[in-house]
Design a protein around this ligand. Sequence first.
Ligand code: OSB
Ligand code: MG
Length: 374
Amino acid sequence: MKIESIALREIHIRLKSPFETSFGTVQDRRIILVEAIADGVSGWGEVTCGETPAYNSETTDTAWHVISDFIAPFVVGKNLAHASEFPPMMTHIRGHEMAKSGVENALWDAEAQLNRVPLSKLLGGTIEEIACGVSLGIRENPQSLVKRVEEELRSGYQRIKLKIKPGKDYDFVAAVRKEFPNILLSVDANSAYTLDDTAHLKKLDEFNLLMMEQPLSWDDIYGHSKLQAQIQTPICLDECIHSTRDAVTAIELKACRIINIKLGRVSGHTEARRMQEECRKRGIPVWCGGMLESGVGRAHNIAMSTLPGFTLPGDVSASQRYWSEDTIEPAVEVSPKGTIHVPKTSGLGYAVRRDRVEKLTVRRNDWSARRAAD
Ligand code: OSB
Ligand code: MG
């Protein structure tokens, strides 16, 4: 497929309610959408970075810069047999996984449409109904958190993840566990603790958690191996894992027993697919993480979640939990048993709402093969 043009759009879109993690609160999202036209079809991707460099080092503005100045001008006009040929073309750009992922995933959508198959099938997905969990932001007090959990369980979600930070951890988890003794429950610290907190984190062992996600520094695999040796709760790594090599390092060091795969963090579908396969071979369950995506990113997450290594419920939940009007249609819906039915139509299986996207767009940049050849 020949990459004829790339359009970048930054959209501003407000979450229905603010989302608080250990590193901050967000409500107004600045999301970059990538539209790649290849052999006449439009493929879409979403850059999943945050607005600030608090989760990882990328931001909306760094991704805009890297795609505009290095990725788009380099790939427009190129001919690829498969989207999986994109990552080897990017080895001269260090890091910036989320920027790369937005472009690569748009090419995967285009390739699936050109082949007239659902993206999930092009990736090799086998699961037809994916299991959904929710990630709940930090709340004012344990009672209001318990109320939220109850609502999500009533909607059918199969696993509840609570965001925690020092001072807002033990009591909150205790309250939820007391009310719901048997649910699949996990916590996510987003790097808010250090090894000095080991004794404190060990106290969470009593709650029979499915996992504790990324308690220590965003770049400290070795530290997690020391912590995992001292607590029973399985550690799940998120921020630390950017590549299959990182995943294998973490597994071999016994730094985690579960891995959260986020398409943006691992630079796109090609690497995500490789990672879940290597984890599967080693008996390490993986699940699909979320980055408060709009529909485009959510649709890519659904396709990825159909791969056989994704054996735990992910953080992919219904559009209506986040947005009053999503960027795709139909909106992503979750069944009463907490599943999403994987679309069977070609490409992403959801249509991009161009009218809404145009309305939300605050800046745009375009590259076309002709311009690149000038
Ligand atoms: O660590 O999984 C995380 C949101 C933003 C940044 C990091 C994380 C999250 C979430 C939300 O947990 C997941 C979602 O609902 O999209
Ligand atoms: Mg996380």
